[in-house]
Design a protein around this ligand. Structure first.
Ligand code: WT7
Length: 646
């Protein structure tokens, strides 16, 4: 039996309101027309999308596809920073707020498009002064401050590729990525604020640079103003270099296939993969999806809470919204500092209209309790988004009611670092949503669900999610490792992009992601995705978050072990444990009754908030060797999980 069984029943449907549909950037009629066009005349469809950007030289060919290698808008030239800045500065948007920023300690800054353009031009000249040339790779390791966006746009302006490393990583991760990218210049800060403390970014860099000799120059932005050692000849203060920098820097015409950035994603095998995105195709899709999925309007105040160190921050904090001339909110710190209401305070203070966050954050808010959001007037919100993991229907409903006031459409956006932009998502004025489903592909995207033999699965039969045709923002390769690119993404089904996710499509064609293929649990002849079992557990009123893994079992093949975090105030009792087991047996079937329910205050997660089921599998089976834990956010979680062992 190769298909994955679906056990989730979810019948709620939410249609877009007539009022929202009426004002939406994309209408149902237009959507249907675009889907048909993308199917029949893909070149025309994609050329129309690309034409929304400003090009310095027109392309000769829309797409050249020699699987697994794609080239888009061949022969065309453009500049990403020109599209995010100059295009707006030349219009009335010159004095429009581009970035509204708040630091964790409460300091505020507003940068207009003119400000952002000026700082970017000057920093681009700083980079040139340090010897950075077109095609070079520059590493950025910074807090979530406007200078991170400025540094990215400055790289793009001169045709250098950036490699952003999330500020939560420590020195070994920096050294590995600098080595792989062969990056000679690194931009950092003295530190950043997180939960009231200073993240020692510069100290981590100093340590990393004892492990690699690639970096010759380091630029340090002064953020926290605590004392940091500066190495003469290698380290330079940002503000010193900017003082004398020429403010004039015309954007470099870049080939559409010029590398815009490398972003490292932790593969399952340890060595991080450098996902490569290029300029024309990536910018085209970041621009288009921001406009369609978030319904971005001139008047919106848009907040994507992701750190810029993740792809979500690249595409939906920086490149997508700025190329649309939007006003974005950026917040440096933790969602629960000084109190668990910080996000809602920010929404109310700036009148945020569009809010995009991750299920892990939503479940944390559920755990902290409704009183925190209830303190604030959240009526400015008109659209909510979710990304990063399957959002279980209970969390979806909580988000819908408690944050969205039952009024805001929710866009559950499925995509990956590798896809560059959103591929499967509701369109807020068009698609009826079903809690827990990312719904339908965007025009031009062709997902399929296949069984192990490559046959199309029937409705509601779980299988492997692939994307059947190339799309403009797809990764071009793994940096300096074409072979890994091919085997990882194009060897399961030749010519088709393999996502690594399991999924089913229901009778309406809606996509339900069931989890990572590697996490599928085989219990008593049933193959189950983690997402559906976890959804059943979280639908118990006392539960905030759950993770399930399989544990070897003589009888059943695998037994289900559940790690469960309770909502604030709930007591961890044996009778509750039994109640949760019964609840799952009742909602899915007795075969899916978790053999073990273990209460825990926190689950082991990656720094981007994904549950690390690989580690939980080992804990469940009593295996002491946990393997690589470098991507784990909080090591103490593991220690606590082990102490809790019964
Ligand atoms: C994996 C990609 C996409 C940017 C942030 C994460 C999971 C992502 C959803 C969603 C169900 C989702 C998938 C995917 N995922 N969004 N809406 N519903 N699953 O990027 O770190 O590259 O992770 O995240 O498993 O493959 P990433």
């Amino acid at each position: 039996m190769s298909e994955i069984e679906s056990v989730l029943v979810e019948n709620r449907r939410f249609k877009p309101s007539a009022a929202f549909a009426k004002q939406a950037n994309l209408s149902a009629k237009e959507y249907r027309r675009l889907c048909a066009l993308a199917e029949k005349k893909p070149d025309v469809y994609w050329a129309q999308r690309a034409a929304e950007l400003r090009w310095m030289k027109p392309w000769k060919k829309v797409c050249q596809w020699k699987a697994p290698f794609a080239r888009w808008f061949v022969g065309g030239k453009l500049n990403a920073s020109d599209n995010c800045l100059d295009r707006h500065v030349e219009t009335w948007r010159k004095n429009k707020a581009a970035i509204i920023w708040e630091g964790e300690p409460g300091d505020e800054r507003v940068l207009t498009y003119q400000d952002l353009w000026r700082e970017t031009c000057r920093f681009a000249n700083v980079l040139k002064g340090l010897g950075v040339k077109k095609g070079d790779r520059v590493t950025l390791y910074m807090p979530l401050i406007p200078e991170l966006a400025i540094a990215m746009l400055a790289c793009a302006r001169i045709g250098a590729a950036h490699s952003v490393i999330f500020g939560g990583f420590t020195s070994q991760a920096i050294a590995d990525r600098v080595e792989d990218a062969e990056s000679g210049v690194l931009i950092t800060a003295d530190g950043g604020w997180r939960r009231g403390g200073i993240v020692p970014l510069k100290a981590n860099v100093d340590d990393a640079l004892t492990k690699t000799d690639k970096v010759k120059k380091v630029v340090v932005f002064r953020r926290t103003a605590h004392e940091v050692p500066m190495k003469a000849g290698r380290d330079f203060w940002w503000h010193e270099l900017m003082k004398t920098a020429d403010p004039v820097c015309p954007p470099e015409p870049c080939d559409a296939e010029q590398m815009l950035y490398i972003l490292y994603t932790s593969g399952t095998t340890g060595k991080p993969k450098g996902v490569v995105h290029t300029t024309g195709g990536y910018m085209t899709w970041a621009h288009t999806t921001s406009k369609w999925v978030f319904d971005l309007k001139e008047t919106d105040t848009y907040w994507c809470t992701a750190d810029i160190g993740w792809v979500t921050g690249h595409s939906y904090v920086v490149y997508g919204p700025l190329s649309n001339g939007a006003t974005i909110v950026m917040y440096e710190g933790a969602p629960n500092h000084p109190q668990p209401d910080r996000f809602w305070q920010i929404v109310a203070k700036y009148g945020v209209t569009i809010f995009y966050t991750a299920p892990t954050a939503i479940r944390a808010f559920m755990k902290w309790g409704d009183a925190w959001p209830k303190k604030y007037d959240l009526s400015s919100l008109r659209l909510l988004g979710s990304v990063g993991e399957p959002i279980n229907p209970e969390a979806w409903m909580w988000y819908h009611r408690t944050i969205g006031g039952s009024r805001c459409p929710i866009v559950d956006t499925w995509w990956q670092t590798e896809t560059g932009g959103i591929l499967i998502s509701p369109l807020p004025g068009v698609t009826a949503t079903k809690p827990g489903s990312a719904t339908l592909p965007l025009p031009g995207i062709f997902p399929r669900v296949l069984d192990a033999a490559g046959r199309e699965c029937r409705a509601n039969e779980g299988g492997l999610l692939v994307i059947a045709k190339p799309w403009a923002s797809m990764l071009r390769t793994v940096y300096r490792d074409d072979e890994r690119f091919r085997t990882q993404y194009f060897s399961s089904y030749p010519g088709l992009y393999f996502t690594g996710d399991s999924a089913r499509r229901d009778k309406d064609g809606y996509v339900w992601v069931m989890g990572r293929v590697d996490d599928v649990i085989k219990v008593a002849g049933h193959r189950l995705g983690t997402a559906e079992i976890e959804s059943a557990i979280v639908s118990h009123p006392t539960v905030a978050e759950a993770a399930v893994v399989g544990k070897k079992d003589e009888m059943k093949g695998e037994a289900i072990c559940a790690f469960v975090t309770l909502r604030g105030g709930e007591k961890k009792t044996d009778s509750l444990r039994r109640d949760i087991q019964d609840h799952v047996a009742k909602s899915i079937g007795s075969f899916a009754r978790p053999e073990m329910v273990r209460f825990t205050d926190a689950l082991p997660k990656t720094r981007s908030g994904k549950i690390m089921r690989r580690l939980l599998r080992k804990i469940a089976s009593g295996d002491e060797t946990l393997g690589d834990t470098t991507t784990l956010e909080d090591l103490s979680v593991l220690a606590r999980l082990r102490e809790d062992e019964e």
